[in-house]
Ligand binder design. Structure first.
Ligand SMILES: Nc1ncnc2c1ncn2[C@@H]1O[C@H](COP(=O)(O)OP(=O)(O)OP(=O)(O)O)[C@@H](O)[C@H]1O
Length: 974
């Protein structure tokens, strides 16, 4: 049998060399009572040099106890594959790992065997056979089965039906097959070996001889008879049972059969752990007398405690306690020997008493077979068993020291102490190895844990980075999109603003051009009317003054007036301005002139005269009105009727005219603006008055129509601006008429006063007297024209020169005559020339703007309107400065309506020119840095306008060419 690796150096096999060792042989006497000696790892201070030299020459210490683990099969694992074994054999085959839920623990043994892998035969051959061979040669060997109940101790010791156990195999090995060895001198020598077998039972601290019974008998070799006899109790004498029976023989089969029989006499009991639990220790002692060998086979009872055994009752507990007493004593003995105690408690139990030689005999070796179950439920018992075996494995036996050579007690104590220290060092070393192994495992686990933690941290960082990055990216994208949207909207808005500004500029420019065109057209129309009026008045004057026949009642004048207008085709064209108005015949004033007809019918009021008119004419009129909603007045003089002898056919009251077209004066709105002309002079005939009135209305209408159609936006003009224009027209028309009367070529032999105002001349010729009525009518007509043109429209702030709307001509003339210090012409006509300029300052010498002609009693508010029209919409923010005033204070806006233009200072001390100085309001572009003005600044450093003041008898300012006056109303003098 090959020894286990660990036991190899300390093999108890008796080799030839070992036998030849005298020292060894000295200690191998069976009777020798030597205690176990242990290695002294440290030199004792009491040791002398000779002792040390002897020790150094001694062979190394050996282990008297060899521990082998045998793991029984695990039947539950076959039933439940999920249940894993708690025991694992390490690859070195010398250590066993016990796995628990919290870890594992390795136990170093001298050998490990799994019953599943190695049956009893294999186990025996591997671990037991070598010991048996030694016994055959005279060695002493003790084989102990240690372990908890049910771990397979009895199974290993005695075997089962299929395989015999260690007992029977050993017996067979020792005795062989019982064959005769040979013959000497013709006689059989008999078997070579025989044995003496003693079977003892230690139960309840009593030793029973299983081979002997009290009912005596026995045969031959002391085999007990019967099985029912009571057991023989033996006493221990020394280290052996006194008077123990034995069986001797050389037939293994017979002896085995007998052992098997008596073994059944062991006290067994069913426990929770084993149905047939051995309650006693069984000891089989095989002595080989021929060689002096001895084999002790010990099947110990289970090492479990009382509770685990499930024993109840006092007796059972005492029984279990006593059973455990042998186990406990054996444990202490092992520990004591391993620790090197001076006293080994062999006497604590019958078992240890009988085993003392096994521990103390140098030739005795102990093979401790630790039986364990792989069942995790038995784990604590398995661990306890392995700890016990590990302790036993630490037992070392030092070199043999004869008792005689022991010196004093001190040296013995030193040796014992050294043995203890060595054992402890070895044990510590073992623990250190285990500790290192665990530290290594712990470090590996920590490294693995750190690695995992780093991976987790990296993953978390990646996740957080991804989340943060994703969030930032989203926010940046949103901001970018928002900024792009804002920029896009901004650019679109700027584009639209630019387009709007461009459109506004174009619109303003277009409106300005339209306005200029309208003004120009209006001026042209006005000029044409003036020209016609002048011609008419000139004709009238010639007819009256030039020696021709004067119509005293004015009929000729009217006829010529009408003829003049009718002759002028341009007049027709200029007046042929259609205006689409809805006709309301019942509310229209219609003037019907029929030429070439003896009858002359005039209708000032269509409704009132409806009944008296001719039905034919009425029908014609109605058809004309219904078919044409326009204003068209054409005067045509019937040359034939107006010439030759037929003139006498017509009376002065009749004016032969022909209705060419109907006239719609104006709409109701326009009619309201041009009320009926009040009859100021009862001396004028109603017919002439009607004619003149019709003419005036026609004139007014044409003027308004000349303005309105070409100015569609005029509907949006304010009433004030429209009235201002009408006022201006009336002013001009009336002024021209007055001027045409007063400013004429002086008559030879006449005084200036007469030339100036023929109407005021009290002396008249006969011819004049013949035309007195006519002249009177004309005079009245002129007065009426003058007054009506000046007064009829907008009477609120557009007053007559005397500030009276309805002033009698006599009072009017007398008022004019009383103005001595004023220009008689100007006072009579009742208007003023107003020179408009910007205020002079340090930086700005004062820019001339324009010259306006206004009615004398016009207020600054009226003047403002004209100036605003002239300036347009760009620069209307100004105030009037009262130049000449010491403070040069501006006129408050609210008082402009109450301050007359005549209150303005005289320009350059020349009547009738007035100077209106304007101060731009703050914030306007023409705001100058001005200072209070002095009276000296109340001058216009200009020379009279040469081209328009040829016939003027007073100086007028002359505009420098670089000044942009562009007057709204062109100054004209006659
Ligand atoms: N290795 C094994 N193979 C098969 N069966 C086994 C093995 N070990 C033990 N058994 C069986 O287990 C049962 C208990 O075994 P055994 O009686 O040997 O245990 P034990 O340790 O002697 O217990 P106790 O101390 O109570 O006597 C027996 O029936 C036995 O046949």
């Amino acid at each position: 049998m090959a020894p286990t690796p660990s036991s190899k150096p300390h093999s108890m096999m008796q080799t030839p060399s070992s036998k030849s060792n005298p020292a060894h042989n000295q200690t191998r006497t069976p009777q020798s009572k030597q205690r176990l000696n242990f290695n002294v790892s440290k030199p004792s201070p009491n040791h002398n040099s000779s002792a040390m030299a002897k020790e150094s020459n001694n062979p190394p210490a050996e282990h008297p106890v060899e521990v082998i683990g045998r793991i029984r099969d695990y039947p539950d694992q076959k039933k439940n594959p999920a249940s894993s074994s708690a025991l694992q054999i390490n690859p070195d085959k010398q250590s066993l790992r016990v796995k628990t839920e919290i870890g594992y623990r390795d136990f170093s043994l001298d050998g490990v065997s799994l019953s599943e892998e190695e049956d009893l035969d294999a186990f025996y051959k591997k671990f037991v056979e070598s010991r048996i061979n030694g016994v055959k040669l005279g060695d002493k060997c003790t084989i102990m089965m240690y372990g908890p109940t049910g771990a397979g101790k009895s199974h290993t010791m005695f075997g089962c039906g299929k395989q015999p156990g260690i007992v029977y195999k050993s017996l067979k090995d020792i005795l062989g097959e019982g064959e005769e060895v040979g013959e000497e001198n013709g006689e059989k020598l008999g078997p070579a070996t025989f044995v003496q077998v003693t079977v003892l039972e230690i139960y309840n601290e009593e030793i029973y001889d299983l081979l002997s019974t009290n009912n005596g008998g026995g045969f031959n070799l002391g085999w007990a008879k019967g099985g029912s006899a009571s057991k023989v109790r033996l006493e221990v004498m020394g280290k052996k049972a006194k008077n123990a029976s034995f069986i001797a023989g050389h037939e293994a089969t017979k002896i085995s059969r007998e052992i098997q029989k008596v073994e059944k006499r062991r006290i067994v009991k069913s426990t929770l752990c084993n149905e047939r639990s051995s309650r006693s220790h069984c000891m089989i002692i095989l002595d080989v007398p021929t060689v002096g060998g001895r084999l002790m086979l010990v099947d110990m009872a289970g090492s479990e405690n009382i509770e685990q055994a499930g024993q109840n009752g006092l007796e059972a507990k005492l029984q279990t306690a006593k059973i455990n007493q042998g186990n406990t004593a054996l444990k202490r003995v092992v520990e004591s020997i391993a620790n090197g105690d001076s006293h080994v408690p062999f006497r604590d139990s019958k078992l240890t008493m009988l085993l003392q030689d096994s521990f103390e005999d140098d030739k005795s070796k102990i093979l401790m077979i630790l039986c364990a179950s792989p069942d995790p439920k038995e784990l604590h018992k398995t661990i306890s068993t392995l700890e016990y075996g590990a302790k036993a494995k630490c037992i070392v036996r030092g070199p043999h020291t004869p008792i005689k050579e022991r010196g004093a007690e001190d040296s013995s104590s030193a040796v014992i102490l050294g043995s203890r220290i060595a054992a402890m060092d070895q044990f510590i070393y073992k623990l250190q190895m285990e500790n290192k192994l665990r530290e290594k495992e712990r470090n590996d686990a920590q490294k693995e844990l750190m690695k995992k933690e780093e991976e987790i941290a990296a993953l978390r960082a990646k996740v957080s980075l991804a989340e943060g990055k994703g969030h930032d990216t989203m926010e940046e994208e949103i901001n970018l999109k928002a900024n792009q949207q804002v920029q896009k909207l901004k650019s679109e808005l700027e584009k639209r603003i630019q387009e709007c500004e461009k459109m506004a500029d174009e619109l303003i420019e277009m409106e300005r051009r339209k306005m200029e065109n309208v003004v120009l057209q209006f001026q042209q129309e006005s000029e044409m009317l003036r020209q016609r009026l002048r011609e008419l008045e000139s004709e009238l004057y010639k007819s009256r003054v030039g020696g021709g026949s004067l119509d005293m009642d004015g009929s000729n004048f009217v006829r010529k007036l009408l003829d003049t207008y009718s002759e002028d085709s341009g007049m027709v064209k200029s007046m042929d301005l259609d205006k689409s108005y809805d006709l309301d015949a019942g509310k229209q004033d219609v003037v019907v002139f029929k030429a070439g007809n003896s009858e002359t019918k005039s209708y000032l009021d269509f409704d009132s005269r409806k009944n008296s008119r001719d039905d034919k004419d009425y029908d014609l009129l109605v058809r004309s009105f219904s078919s044409k909603g326009c204003l068209s007045t054409v005067f045509e003089a019937d040359e034939e009727e107006g010439s030759g002898d037929d003139k006498e056919k017509f009376s002065d009251e009749e004016v032969r005219k022909e209705v060419i077209e109907e006239k719609v004066v104006c709409s109701s709105t326009l009619a309201a603006k041009a009320p009926s002309i009040p009859v100021s002079s009862p001396e004028v005939s109603s017919q002439n008055q009607e004619k003149v009135e019709n003419f005036r209305e026609t004139l007014v209408d044409k003027l308004l129509q000349a303005e309105s159609p070409s100015e569609p936006e005029s509907a949006q003009d304010t009433a004030s601006s429209r009235l201002m224009r009408i006022q201006n027209i009336f002013t001009l028309c009336g002024n021209h008429r007055e001027l045409s009367q007063h400013i004429r070529t002086p008559m030879p032999g006449r005084k200036r006063s007469e030339n100036i105002d023929p109407m005021a001349s009290p002396v008249r010729t006969t011819e004049e007297g013949s035309d007195a009525k006519s002249i009177s009518d004309v005079k009245q007509l002129q007065k009426s024209l003058s007054k009506d043109l000046l007064v009829s429209d907008i009477p609120e702030n557009f007053q007559t020169p005397m500030g009276n709307k309805k002033m009698a001509p006599s009072s009017f003339e007398s008022t004019l005559a009383s103005k001595e210090n004023c220009n008689p012409i100007d006072e009579k006509i009742g208007d003023l020339d107003v020179y408009v300029k910007w205020e002079a300052s340090m930086e700005n010498p004062g820019k001339f703007i324009t010259t306006l002609k206004v009615v004398k009693d016009s207020t600054l508010a009226d003047l403002r309107k004209l100036i605003e029209i002239h300036l347009g919409g760009d620069n209307q923010a100004f105030t009037f400065l009262v130049l000449g005033d010491p403070s040069g204070a501006p006129v408050p806006r609210e008082t402009e309506a109450t301050m007359q233009a005549s209150k303005l200072p005289i320009c350059n001390n020349q009547l009738p020119g007035r100077l209106a100085c304007l101060r731009p309001l703050k914030g306007t572009r023409n705001t100058p840095h001005h200072l209070p003005l002095s009276p000296l600044e109340n001058k216009l450093p200009l020379t009279p306008i040469s081209n328009v003041t040829k016939h003027c008898d007073y100086p007028s300012p002359e505009l420098p060419t670089h000044l942009d006056s562009t007057p709204f109303v062109t100054l004209r003098r006659y």
